[in-house]
Design a protein around this ligand. Structure first.
Ligand code: ATP
Length: 338
């Protein structure tokens, strides 16, 4: 287990990370997720030993890491820009760390070959880094970190230099490899879809603090506060009369905001009073047919937009048409600001 206790990290008078507490379990794929500048990379770098916290302790498998150099921590690090040596071959890049750690010469070749096999890069071992695509370089960077047999793999936005399609296939490969090796992994991304797709658990960061730590499903279905709800997936924040009526019906406090996911909103042509639901008249403002579903934006008479996703519906709507927007009370999230 990796444990961060009361960690604060400062740059001069600026506090980038405030009193952070989090535990990462053995074998877990754990993601630091949050918008740019919220302290994810800084926290990861502190675990790796590249930043020194102003306060707090970091332990890994019961060992206090403070005072240890990065190379003494038993952690592998994959950087955003891969940090490979362009003038060396793939083999030399992977062997580099083993040589630096004074691994006996006769062990180097079999260890590089074994990790190349596991990461699917054997065919590239004798190529130059400059001959490889971004996705291939990313795998070399992972192999280079893993060859040292770290107990933990730290990855900082490892897919950010890849195009959208390659990001998806490469994240699946990373997850498969992580599962196969059972290695505890801490992964940094600002991409919420990526985080949801690959993580066992996610820590949602916001301005130097963690707002919530939970599984992707839990975070999506039960966000801890409004900041998390807005950051994870699309969501409607209800305003105007919809908010006032629902607040009364649900007995919510004035400081609670009301949210509903677009796929939980129903839009019908006729009013339908359903027990346990609220209904509002609205006018279709726009709709987009997106193949598997149609995205509809309807506006209430007080001009509040509500987005709905309709899956597999044959119903056709026209812009300007009056419709009825329904929410099940059980699907409405009443949340305070973070
Ligand atoms: P990104 O996804 O953009 O990398 P992040 O969540 O990883 O964002 P950090 O890189 O951890 O954010 O930065 C957190 C805050 O600390 C930011 O406000 C950043 O400007 C500041 N910061 C980071 N490194 C330094 C530094 N070396 N000196 C001063 N301020 C820094």
């Amino acid at each position: 287990m990796i444990e961060l206790k009361n960690i604060s990290i400062r740059y001069g008078s600026f506090t980038a990370v405030h009193d952070l507490n989090v535990e990462i379990r053995d074998g877990e794929f754990f993601t630091f997720l949050g918008p740019s500048g919220c302290g994810k990379t800084t926290t990861l770098r502190a675990i790796a030993g590249f930043e020194t916290p102003a306060a707090g302790t970091i332990t890994a498998f019961g060992r206090d890491l403070s005072g240890l150099l990065p190379e003494e921590r038993g952690l592998g690090f994959v950087f955003q820009n891969y940090a490979l040596f362009p003038s060396m071959s793939v083999y030399e890049n992977i062997a580099f760390g083993l040589k630096a750690h004074k691994v006996p010469k006769k062990e180097i070749l079999p260890r590089v070959q074994a990790i190349a096999e596991k990461t699917g890069i054997t065919e590239h071992l004798h190529k130059k880094i400059t001959e490889l695509s971004g996705g291939q370089q990313q795998r070399i960077a992972i192999a280079r970190a893993l060859v040292l047999e770290p107990k933990v793999l730290l990855m900082d936005e490892p897919l950010s230099n890849l195009d959208a399609k390659l990001r998806v296939s490469t994240r699946e490969e990373i997850r498969k490899l992580q599962r196969a090796l059972g290695i505890t992994t801490i992964y940094v991304t600002h991409d919420q879809e990526e985080a949801m797709a690959i993580s066992d658990r996610i820590a949602v960061f916001n301005v130097g603090r963690i707002e919530q730590v939970a599984s992707p499903k839990e975070i999506y279905n039960h966000p801890a506060n409004a900041a998390v709800a807005r950051f994870i997936g699309d969501i409607n924040c209800l305003g105007g009369t919809a908010k006032q009526e629902l607040r009364q019906t649900l007995g919510c406090g004035d400081d609670e905001l009301l949210f509903i996911r677009p796929h939980k909103v129903r839009i019908t042509k006729q009013p339908q009073s359903t027990p346990g639901s609220s209904e509002l008249a609205a006018v279709i403002d726009s709709f987009e047919f997106l193949g598997a579903y149609t995205k509809i934006i309807a506006k209430t008479p007080d001009n509040c937009p509500i987005t709905a996703l309709m899956f597999g519906s044959e119903t056709e709507f026209a812009v300007g048409e009056t419709v009825y927007v329904q929410f099940r009370h059980a699907d409405v999230l009443a949340l305070r600001e973070g």
